[in-house]
Design a protein around this ligand. Structure first.
Ligand SMILES: Cc1cc2nc3c(=O)[nH]c(=O)nc-3n(C[C@H](O)[C@H](O)[C@H](O)COP(=O)(O)OP(=O)(O)OC[C@H]3O[C@@H](n4cnc5c(N)ncnc54)[C@H](O)[C@@H]3O)c2cc1C
Length: 380
């Protein structure tokens, strides 16, 4: 049975999300893309409206919802053409680390302020020499009294330029060759001597989503900031969260696909070539019929994965299938949508062009699609 919540409640939530995005985001999106990051205040405004940590427990300031609430946010951000505002990273990827692994004191310290938008969170695993191969990270933390001394470098970190709270993957035991030497440290960026941010990276898309390098040079992080208070659990914590992260990406891919299709159907009904509307050409009709079918199939699969995720029965292999499938279909379909727009599809003032550039990362992050296929193949 579907674990989906009361539809009328989700509709009300959707209406409030849409109003917020239309009023607070749409008028500023172009300026934020040009300068490379959104207004810090947008996080607090979203928090005040209950959009942050929407599926976190109310006792920690969350909205008490479930993944269907997060789905509404993902769909509406895609629909307005601004996936750059990475609420899903804060809500779906970061908040669960704190909810599931933090000590009670740590939950009280950080979660309520993540929900108000006073704390913007980031997850820092990737390094110049360790992306797909997380085990290869070199950043390490050595205990010194009631602090860890952290040295190393991270790259490609979403919110790296603005984050207040970084969930940092480190090795607390460098001698341990296996995965037992990994831990997650929570770095409070305002209070950490030895921490610095590098360049804000110039990306192909998601221009208003800040992505940066991070540096740790004898950075001092209190032992009290070790997530969960026990060393050596970091790798397992990271792996356990991956299924949810991958369903988040699959849902984002589907939402972007559906938004691009809506844009394209409207465009081909208006645009005339050789005296006929574009929709009247058989090629247009075939391409869009195939795309609509693929999107519908993807929706059925991704929604079944969300049901399983909520029920706690989603396995890593199925999550990998959803991530691979939805993002491949997204890139293929949006590329066809660009083609149907002709030269206008290559102009960034057209939403479909931005969906094309914003969406390309989906096949790379959260575990590349090649890694997804490898995971699936292991269970053949
Ligand atoms: C915009 C953006 C935002 C990001 N945000 C974050 C973030 O917030 N936090 C974070 O920690 N990281 C983040 N990343 C990093 C991202 O997760 C990595 O880029 C990704 O995991 C791939 O790692 P890599 O770039 O080092 O590529 P590599 O691992 O070097 O991969 C290169 C190629 O090799 C292929 N490959 C790798 N392994 C295998 C295999 N086993 N079999 C076959 N082929 C393989 C890959 O599929 C890829 O095609 C972000 C990246 C980008 C671009």
């Amino acid at each position: 049975m579907s674990a989906r919540r009361d539809k009328s409640e989700l509709d009300l939530f959707r209406a409030s999300v849409r109003r917020f995005l239309v009023e607070q985001v749409a008028p500023n999106a172009a300026e934020w893309r040009t300068r490379g990051y959104i207004d810090r205040d947008l996080w607090r405004k979203a928090g005040a409206l209950g959009l942050l940590c929407a599926s976190a427990p109310v006792e920690y300031g969350g909205g008490g919802g479930d993944f269907w609430h997060e789905t509404v946010l993902i769909e509406e951000l895609a629909s307005i053409g601004f996936p750059d505002f990475s609420i899903p990273l804060q809500n779906v990827i970061l908040a669960p680390y704190y909810i599931q692994y933090a000590t009670e004191e740590q939950k009280q310290r950080w979660l309520p302020r993540m929900a108000t938008g006073d704390l913007v969170a980031a997850l820092a695993m990737s390094e110049p020499g360790a992306g797909s191969d997380v085990r290869a990270i070199k950043t390490h933390a050595r205990r010194d009294g009631d602090h860890y001394i952290v040295n190393g470098q991270k790259t490609f970190i979403t919110h790296g330029h603005t984050a207040d709270l970084i969930c940092l993957a480190v090795k607390t035991d460098v001698a341990e060759a296996g995965v037992g030497g990994f831990s997650l440290l929570i770095v409070e960026t305002q209070k950490t001597p030895g921490f610095s941010r590098g360049r804000r990276l110039d990306k192909v898309g998601l221009k208003a989503q800040d992505t940066a390098e991070l540096f740790f040079e004898d950075a001092r992080v209190p032992v009290a900031n070790l997530l969960g208070g026990v060393e050596g659990r970091g790798f397992y914590q990271l792996m356990e969260q991956l299924a949810k992260e991958r369903i988040n990406i699959a849902m984002q891919a589907l939402a972007l696909t559906e938004a691009a299709l809506a844009e394209t159907v409207a465009y081909v009904k208006e645009r005339k070539v050789f005296g006929k509307k574009l929709i009247e050409f058989q090629n247009t009709r075939m391409v869009l019929a195939e795309a609509k079918t693929a999107a519908a199939v993807t929706r059925t699969f991704v929604e079944s994965c969300i049901d399983k995720l909520i029920q706690g029965t989603l396995d890593q292999e199925t999550a990998a299938m959803a991530k691979w499938w939805a993002t491949e279909k997204q890139c293929e379909i949006i590329d066809n949508c660009v083609q149907l727009h002709g030269g206008y599809g290559y102009m960034l003032e057209y939403p479909v062009a931005r969906m094309w550039t914003d969406g390309r990362i989906q096949k790379i992050w959260g575990g590349s699609n090649e890694v997804m296929k490898d995971l699936i193949a292991r269970k053949l």
